[in-house]
Design a protein around this ligand. Structure first.
Ligand code: SAM
Ligand code: SF4
Length: 484
């Protein structure tokens, strides 16, 4: 059991480096002649987009493969959030270069944020690349591939104000058959000063709620039991079928669908379908959303609420639109409406431009007050073209950024352990996601607060809900046994 827990914690810590996660496409055999291999980097939105790409290309004669050696087309769906993410892609291209030498007809394409940021410059800098497509250009991939087949290089980095891929049924690439992601909006209008996303993913737009509900219903009918609604800022989801071209003006008699309304619609698909969402923005999350969460047992009691910094001056420089006090008051509201057991996680950046030691200590003291269950932590990486790169000097030495990051991670571990210990002795409703990664004799799933729970398999199966009495824990995992 000791080993089992240790292994799970290592995996969980790897997961915490959110933007370094990589997922590869799965094997699919529908009889199509060409093979597509996709490697997806970064955030969940990218993984979700790769499923849209696979769907578009399946209709164009491709099946996906998990083996790059079998591929006719290799796509890297990239992340630009930090410089390190882009360097990872450049190293990967060097490796793929070896493959292309053996198989010159191999088509290599770059998709996603790095494609959008660098556009045709990528073709000049990386000779191995044949195709560059930004996040709003995936419908054009069949044409771009034909162009490369005919001997030319191909680029489309047009950013759309309307594209939501609402009508495309994603092909689930890394699915456990139980949990799935549904993209509900694209782009971001927030312009946080450190962030490249508004430049790489374009203006914010919301997807038709009926297409979201029907995707959730379809997943439920196929045996899925949990959906996560995805967007860079889900709280600014807004749909008005009769709106003007910017989606802003409400016309007579037409109702606007807010994020709280959407949550309710998805929760009503079936009470056995769990609903999660990510990411919430502290300036936008409303009490209406919190009350909707409280009203439906199947809306999970977990909120990812990135704070970035615990200091108001730094938050202003980051253009986050809230103060330390505002954030702490939101947390109080969450605890008041959803209770102290509601899971709360965050994103934090250390060493943002001009951050003093006292201001860093404010982040640590905010953590003491909130006691997050989990967080993705980053040291600041200046991104070309962002407001911060234009206005401020990246003046905190790398070793200071990293030392501050270590302090934050250490505190985070203390808090996770403390929060998990409070769960010991309680019964948790767990949705089983599959075998524990360490041992086929154990299963793992999550409780409503998004905590991983591990327990002996017995006769239970993935996709089932079970009540688990937790009798042990680490900072990353709850361990117990099924009681009913
Ligand atoms: N939309 C989400 C929000 O506002 O919270 C976050 C999206 S971003 C893909 C994920 C996280 O990456 C951010 O919350 C931030 O902590 C981190 N991040 C973004 N830009 C960064 C940068 N330039 N350097 C370090 N971390 C960064
Ligand atoms: Fe980036 Fe801010 Fe938009 Fe999140 S809300 S994607 S951090 S600009």
């Amino acid at each position: 059991m000791e080993n089992l827990i240790l292994e799970i914690d290592i995996l969980r810590n790897q997961e915490s480096e959110g933007c370094e996660t990589i997922k590869t496409s799965a094997d699919q055999n529908t009889g199509n002649s060409r093979k597509l291999y996709i490697e997806s980097y970064g955030c969940q939105m990218n993984f979700s987009d790769s499923e849209i790409v696979a769907s578009i290309l399946q209709k164009d004669g491709f099946d996906t493969t998990s083996d790059i050696q079998q591929a006719d087309v290799v796509f890297l769906n990239t992340c630009s959030i930090r410089d390190k993410a882009e360097q990872t892609i450049r190293h990967r291209l060097m490796h793929i270069n070896g493959l292309k030498k053996q198989k010159p007809e191999l088509l290599v394409g770059i998709l996603g944020c790095m494609a959008e940021r660098l556009k045709s410059k990528l073709l000049e800098e990386e000779k191995i690349v044949d195709l560059v497509a930004g996040p709003d250009a995936y419908r054009d991939l069949p044409r771009l591939i034909s162009q490369v087949d005919e001997g030319a290089k191909a680029v489309n980095t047009f950013l759309s104000r309307e594209e939501t891929y609402a009508d495309i049924s994603p092909i689930r690439l890394n699915s456990n058959g139980v949990t799935a992601f549904i993209s509900i909006m694209r782009g971001c209008d927030n312009m946080c000063s450190f962030c490249v996303v508004p430049f790489t993913r374009g203006r914010e737009r919301s997807r038709d709620p009926e297409s979201i509900v029907s995707e959730a219903r379809n997943l439920f009918e196929r045996g899925y039991r949990e959906v996560t609604l995805l967007g860079q800022n889900v709280d600014s989801y807004k749909w008005n079928s009769a709106a003007d071209s910017d989606g802003l003006i409400e016309h007579n008699g037409h109702q606007i669908v807010t994020f709280a309304n959407l949550l309710e619609k998805v929760a009503l698909v079936n009470s056995d379908l769990r609903v999660r969402f990510s990411t919430s923005h502290p300036k936008d999350i409303t009490d209406e959303v919190l009350h909707t969460m409280a009203a439906y047992e199947n809306i999970c009691k977990y909120i990812h609420l990135p704070v970035q910094s615990g200091n108001t001056r730094i938050l202003e420089l980051m253009n986050r639109g809230y103060s330390r006090e505002w954030y702490l008051n939101k947390v109080l509201k969450i605890r008041e409406i959803l209770g102290v057991d509601c899971g709360l996680s965050s994103d934090m950046i250390t060493g943002f431009c001009t951050e003093t030691e006292e201001e860093h200590n404010d982040t640590l003291s905010l953590m003491d007050l909130v006691q997050f269950d989990f967080a993705y932590t980053f040291h600041y990486s200046e991104r070309p073209g962002t407001l911060a790169a234009k206005k401020y000097i990246d003046d905190i030495p790398e070793e200071t950024k990293k030392r501050r990051l270590d302090e934050i991670i250490r505190k985070l571990r203390e808090h996770s352990l403390h929060r998990n210990k409070a769960d010991v002795g309680k019964i948790h409703k767990v949705l089983i996601e599959g075998d524990s990664r360490r041992s086929a004799e154990y299963l793992q799933g999550r409780n409503t607060a998004n905590k991983v729970v591990v327990f002996p398999k017995q006769q239970y199966k993935k996709g089932q809900y079970v009540n688990v009495l937790v009798d042990d824990c680490t900072g990353g995992t709850l361990v117990g046994r099924v009681v009913s």
